[in-house]
Design a protein around this ligand. Structure first.
Ligand code: ADP
Length: 472
């Protein structure tokens, strides 16, 4: 079994620390160990990133871009192997894991080029003997804290724009899925990205996070994870007035209006709900279907859901792998039980459980007071509620403190646009269950977060604006 190290200043070492076991959620086997790092290792990583910053920022963007492209090519060559490691530690079906590697790599290619388009401005001055310029420069050392549901993409989505503009990074991957991150960084090293530019510390989340939050040299924190931890980090960041980007929880509604193409809507819900076993922050979490098509929609959806194969992600044809751990399973089961206790009807699936594997579940006769309509389930459960008017659907969809993704299905484009504009969400899939892509901005309204990742917007998060006033 492999024991991996912490990566600081171009060197891998376990610093003689205790080990954290990484398990395969499909089998519960320990597949590797990583060091249980803490504040000391976090500080060493910051030292390295801080020392490397001036040199990296001093290269031309074309030089940085070339190195990011080299990294991209190595990832492309090794994507099957990387996907394999991801399935082993995270559980998602192998084809989905390899798909995530390609998606993750898309951030490297996008930002390797987007970095070349960080333009400044000149502003007409009030006096004839002045010239006003605006330029942009990297913020400095960036702390990157990522979750387990997308072990590769959540890293590249943050690291690629940071590196492209000249920032250096200290990364803490989830303790549940550190191996994909470690493998990606090994390839960055092979690509020739100089020492100190990327550093990875595994271990005690609170100790590492606190060390970075309190350090004035860390100028930016970018985090994807739970709203609870996001709020904690946001409060902590206040003391050093750190810039922050937060991608937090979601509670995505789907609105299927009467004139929707039902096959499209069913396919959209399937894609959005069951990818990654329902463990994504943009997963359809509550489905509102117009009363006139409610029964037909459920019938069609149930037929499709029954064909989904649950199993080990390495088995051919698996659509849904295990959930990440027991508390994830317990949450889904609690949501199902609560809904059924309050009168929901079980259309398919249910409380059956085998290790961390859960059956995909559809519930009908849903009321908004049920737990599954109040909070993020993060699992393969789709509660289907009915509505009478578009206004009602919009109101119910917006009745949440979350505002990440929403989905609308209608064949009437004007109606689709009207509903989309009324939704208080950062991402709307209009007849589309899979909106995420590197060239578009991803992020939420309300308590779903701050800032955007992806798109040309995503690079601004790593830039400071400098205004220069020149007297002639
Ligand atoms: P999830 O529910 O997706 O696991 P978390 O917010 O718990 O979400 O975890 C997301 C990331 O935040 C992980 O890398 C985790 O280790 C890290 N994390 C958890 N608690 C803290 C903390 N107190 N300070 C910094 N990072 C934390």
């Amino acid at each position: 079994m492999n024991h991996y190290g912490i990566f600081v200043n171009g060197e891998w070492s376990d610093y003689g620390l205790d080990k954290i076991e990484v398990r395969n959620p499909a089998t519960n086997e320990v597949i590797a160990t990583v060091p249980n790092g803490g504040a000391d290792e976090a500080n060493k990583a910051t030292d390295a990133a801080y020392d490397a910053f001036q040199g990296w920022a001093g290269l031309s963007v074309y030089e940085r871009s070339e190195l990011i492209w080299k990294w991209h090519r190595l990832i492309e060559e090794r994507k099957e192997e990387l996907g394999y490691i991801m399935t082993m530690e995270q559980g998602k079906p192998l084809k989905e894991a390899i798909g995530e590697i390609s998606y993750a790599n898309g951030f490297l290619s996008w930002y390797a080029e987007e970095g070349k388009r960080v333009y400044g401005e000149t502003i007409p001055a009030t006096q004839a003997n002045k010239r006003l310029f605006v330029s942009k420069q990297p913020v400095g050392v960036v702390a990157v804290i990522t979750p387990w549901n997308f072990p590769a993409a959540m890293i590249t989505r943050k690291v690629a724009p940071a590196l492209a503009v000249g920032c250096t990074v200290v990364i803490k991957p989830s303790e549940l899925t550190p191996l994909t991150a470690i493998k990606l960084v090994e390839l960055a090293e092979q690509a020739g990205i100089p020492k100190g530019i990327i550093n990875v510390v595994t271990g005690d989340a609170n100790a590492i996070g606190t060390a970075w939050i309190e350090d004035n040299r860390v100028r930016k924190l970018t985090f994807t994870g739970s709203t609870k931890v996001g709020k904690l980090l946001m409060k902590g960041a206040a003391d050093t007035v750190k810039k922050i980007s937060l991608e937090l929880g979601g509670h995505a509604p789907v609105i299927v209006v009467a004139d929707a193409d039902l096959d499209k809507a069913v396919a959209g819900v399937l894609n959005s709900k069951f990818r990654n076993a329902g463990q994504t922050c943009v997963c359809a979490n509550r489905v509102y279907v117009h009363e006139s098509i409610y029964d037909t929609f459920i019938e069609k959806l149930v037929l499709k859901v029954k064909t989904l194969k649950v199993g080990n992600g390495f088995e051919e044809g698996t659509d849904i792998g295990p959930l990440i751990n027991q508390s994830a399973v317990d949450k889904v089961l609690a949501h199902i039980k609560d809904a059924i206790d309050q009168g929901a009807k079980l259309e398919t699936g249910g409380m059956g459980q085998n290790g961390l594997f859960l059956e995909p579940t559809i519930l009908s006769n849903i009321d908004d007071s049920m737990l599954c309509m109040q909070e993020e389930t993060f699992g393969p459960l789709a509660p289907i509620a009915s509505f009478k008017t578009d206004e009602e659907a919009i109101k119910r969809a917006n009745q949440s403190n979350y505002g990440l993704a929403a989905y609308v299905f209608t064949e009437n484009i004007s109606r689709g646009i009207r509903i989309t504009e009324a939704l208080e969400f950062g991402i709307v899939g209009l007849n589309d269950g899979l909106p995420s892509t590197p060239q578009a901005p991803f992020g939420g309204f309300k308590q779903s977060g701050l800032g955007r990742e992806g798109g040309h917007q995503g690079i601004e998060e790593y830039l400071e604006v400098k205004y220069i006033s020149l007297g002639l």
